[in-house]
Ligand binder design. Structure first.
Ligand code: AOS
Ligand code: ZN
Ligand code: ZN
Ligand code: ZN
Length: 429
């Protein structure tokens, strides 16, 4: 196995911190034991938790404004994979990469799959891109893709998605995430109903090309790049489209794609109730689709989402198989550091949700004891679960303090010597 960070560095670091980790873990074990919780059982649960990283998140920026590249930034999928493997080597939380096409296009996908495997990585949902024009495309997506009036643009978008499924098959993926920017900027620009009809017709052609064990994840987004209306604007539109397409179509919730103050955790519960919860794009947001680091603005909301997921897992209605992916834009940090920190935050929320005393919660709910129901959540949210994650990570071969070891490794400086400088491109995330 190809491991970019030196094993000796990791061992030395972990050995130097073994005592404080043991002290903190034992203290937390005693605290949890007082409420009848076995810390090791929780730690084993974390060991099974993973979240995928986006290939596009390995580079800096990617929003519609300026991009400020850093020396040593990856410029192709091979370099992105190497950076993703650093995140997984240190965190042991991110063993899969979610690729985006045509951005990650190569000539040999079997070789790419092997290359990833040699770095200890597999592949998560394949993302198609029909929200920007590419050199050499016969039809522009300026007026839409799957919902465009132009039949040529629609056919091209369908074909691209089918090609993404084929690439995904070669990589060993089994989900296709479809986010389209289709929509309007002016009242009257398009007919709401007819554009949805066109979307559904085109999406059904993609659906028909899905292998049996694949899922099509429909990602809704309220606005941007279209600012008046968007074809799949909300979870309702997404749900109805998924229902019409069939059982392999599910809904994907990007946390930044809702109106301000929307109760996202309730959306999660709704989608689960009707068997359509497909997955997540984790990020945080203050104003819109900000793509800030997960939990950096509202960690409590992330916890509440995981609380619904814990409820859903305990009460599966049909299948419970949401896929977890990060979708962030790193404009002012080293993307590796942001994803290390985000993966940790996401896992923390997962653990805290696992610590909710569901018997007390349900009991308080039954008795209409609002304060105690709230306290059941609050008690779990207030626990510092860092020692559980650190112990699980170290036992799996990761490191105690991920950012410290990453900085000590001087990985980015080394890459700055090896890699060619990044161009000043722009795109939408
Ligand atoms: C766009 O806003 C969405 O979040 C999509 O997931 C998009 O495909 C991804 O961010 C890459 O641009
Ligand atoms: Zn997204
Ligand atoms: Zn987005
Ligand atoms: Zn985004």
């Amino acid at each position: 196995m190809n491991r970019p960070i030196s094993a000796e560095l990791i061992e030395e670091h972990n050995a130097a911190h073994a005592d404080i980790l043991a002290e903190d873990y034992d203290a937390l074990a005693r605290k949890l034991a007082r409420s009848g919780v076995d810390i090791d059982a929780i730690k084993d649960r974390v060991a099974g938790f993973t979240v995928a990283v986006p290939s596009w998140g390995a580079g800096r920026g990617g929003t519609r404004f300026a991009k400020f590249p850093i020396p040593g930034e990856p410029t192709n999928i091979h370099e992105k994979l190497e950076d993703c493997s650093v995140i997984n080597q240190l965190s042991r939380l991110t063993p899969r990469v979610s690729p985006h096409f045509p951005w990650d296009k190569v000539s040999d996908y079997q070789a790419l799959r092997d290359e990833a495997a040699a770095l200890g990585l597999g592949w998560d949902a394949v993302n198609s891109n029909t929200f920007q024009d590419q050199v050499g495309l016969a039809h522009s997506y300026a007026n839409g893709s799957l919902a465009a009036q132009d039949a040529g643009a629609r056919a091209q978008a369908v074909e691209h998605n089918i090609e993404c499924i084929e690439i995904g098959r070669q990589l060993g993926s089994s989900d296709l995430t479809v986010w389209v920017g289709d929509g309007t900027n002016f009242p009257g620009q398009q007919d709401f109903t007819r554009s949805l009809d066109r979307y559904l017709e085109a999406a059904s052609q993609i659906y028909a090309a899905l292998p049996d064990d694949w899922r099509m994840l429909l990602e809704h987004k309220m606005f941007e790049p279209a600012f008046y209306s968007t074809v799949i604007s909300d979870w309702g539109s997404s749900f109805l489209a998924a229902q019409e397409l069939g059982p392999k179509a599910k809904c994907l919730v990007d946390l930044g794609h809702h109106a301000p103050n929307v109760n996202i955790e309730q959306i999660v519960a709704r989608l689960h109730r009707f068997g359509k919860l497909g997955g997540f794009h984790f990020n945080d947001s203050k104003y819109g689709d900000d793509d800030l680091d997960s939990g950096s603005i509202n960690p409590h909301q992330l916890f509440l989402v995981f609380n619904e997921l814990a409820e859903a897992e305990a009460n599966p209605r049909g299948e419970f198989r949401p896929s977890y992916m990060i979708d962030q834009s790193h404009n002012v940090t080293d993307p590796i550091e942001s994803m290390l920190s985000s993966a940790e935050t996401i896992a923390q929320c997962f653990v805290k949700a696992s610590l909710v005393d569901r018997v007390s919660l349900h009991d308080a709910q039954e008795r209409n004891d609002t304060m105690m129901a709230f306290q059941a959540l609050r008690r779990a949210y207030n626990i510092d679960v860092a020692p559980i994650l650190a112990r699980a990570r170290v036992e799996a071969g990761g490191v105690y303090d991920m950012l410290a070891v990453y900085r000590q490794s001087r990985y980015r400086d080394r890459k700055a010597q090896e890699r060619k400088p990044v161009g000043l491109g722009a795109g939408i995330v």
